[in-house]
Design a protein around this ligand. Structure first.
Ligand SMILES: C[S@@+](CC[C@H](N)C(=O)[O-])C[C@H]1O[C@@H](n2cnc3c(N)ncnc32)[C@H](O)[C@@H]1O
Length: 232
């Protein structure tokens, strides 16, 4: 798979990203992020980081939920520009940065989210490690992403959609057909070759769960940073 430079790819897609998302997911993207938000902890004073925040689609919702500090991090300045224009709340800030090398201290956040971002990192394991590092002990991480459905017929249909339909329509919307070819390929590659639950456990997450949605086309992977054991 030919991996483009992510900041260049998403800077190019930024203006059309939100519309393309609705279009290509048939509006389901709204529902997937809503389900993700429903799984987040209920304590309102949580500090939250959204890694690969893009145009702020997740933070837009968590800003209504959490009064603690909320930070969005993304490698694409043009995606961040849209996020900044979209959300203005005193407890929210956006930061240009790399999810594989976060600038925050260990144990900083109660909640970490990453929607459709991890598979785009050149080294997703570094991204997982960093996500684990910046979470407080007992904090939770939520990774939302596409999966290839298990059902053979659905899988064939989804594959056809990813590789034949999405690049053509995506190219028409954003004039970057190669970017859309990459995105389709990255979804299939990551889903078929990476066992995210095992990878999360290996890095130290506990209570790891995979919750599939919409016939298994999308999953939310949840993991917790282990709390220190109480002394006997
Ligand atoms: C498919 S978009 C998802 C955006 C947003 N999370 C959402 O749910 O709409 C993927 C995002 O990951 C960002 N990204 C890719 N590699 C990154 C990295 N190494 N560090 C931070 N962000 C990255 C891209 O710039 C892009 O905004």
């Amino acid at each position: 798979m030919n991996r483009p430079e992510m900041s260049v790819l998403f800077d190019g897609l930024a203006k059309s990203y939100d519309k393309a998302n609705i279009f290509f997911s048939f509006g389901f993207d709204y529902y997937w992020r809503k389900r993700l938000i429903d799984y987040l902890p209920t304590s309102t004073d949580s500090n939250h980081i959204d890694v690969a925040c893009g145009t702020g689609a997740i933070i837009k919702r968590t800003a209504k939920k959490f009064t603690g500090n909320i930070v969005g991090v993304d490698i694409s300045k043009d995606m961040l520009k849209i996020a900044n224009a979209r959300i203005s709340a005193p407890n929210v800030k956006m930061e240009h940065g790399d999810g594989q090398a976060l600038t925050f201290k260990d144990d900083s956040f109660d909640v970490l989210t990453n929607g459709f971002g991890l598979r785009n990192f050149p080294d997703f394991r570094k991204g997982l490690k960093e996500s684990h590092r910046v979470l407080k002990k007992g904090g939770q991480a939520f990774f939302l992403d596409f999966q290839m459905p298990k059902n053979i017929i659905l899988k064939k249909l989804f594959r056809f959609y990813l590789h034949k339909i999405m690049p053509v329509l995506g190219g028409m919307i954003s004039k970057d057909k190669a970017g859309w070819i990459y995105l389709g390929a990255s979804i299939e590659y990551f889903s078929e070759n990476i066992d995210l639950e095992s990878e999360m456990k290996r890095i130290g997450f506990v209570e790891v769960k995979n919750i599939p949605m919409t016939f298994g086309v999308v999953s939310v992977f949840i993991g917790k940073k282990d709390e220190p054991q109480a002394l006997a």
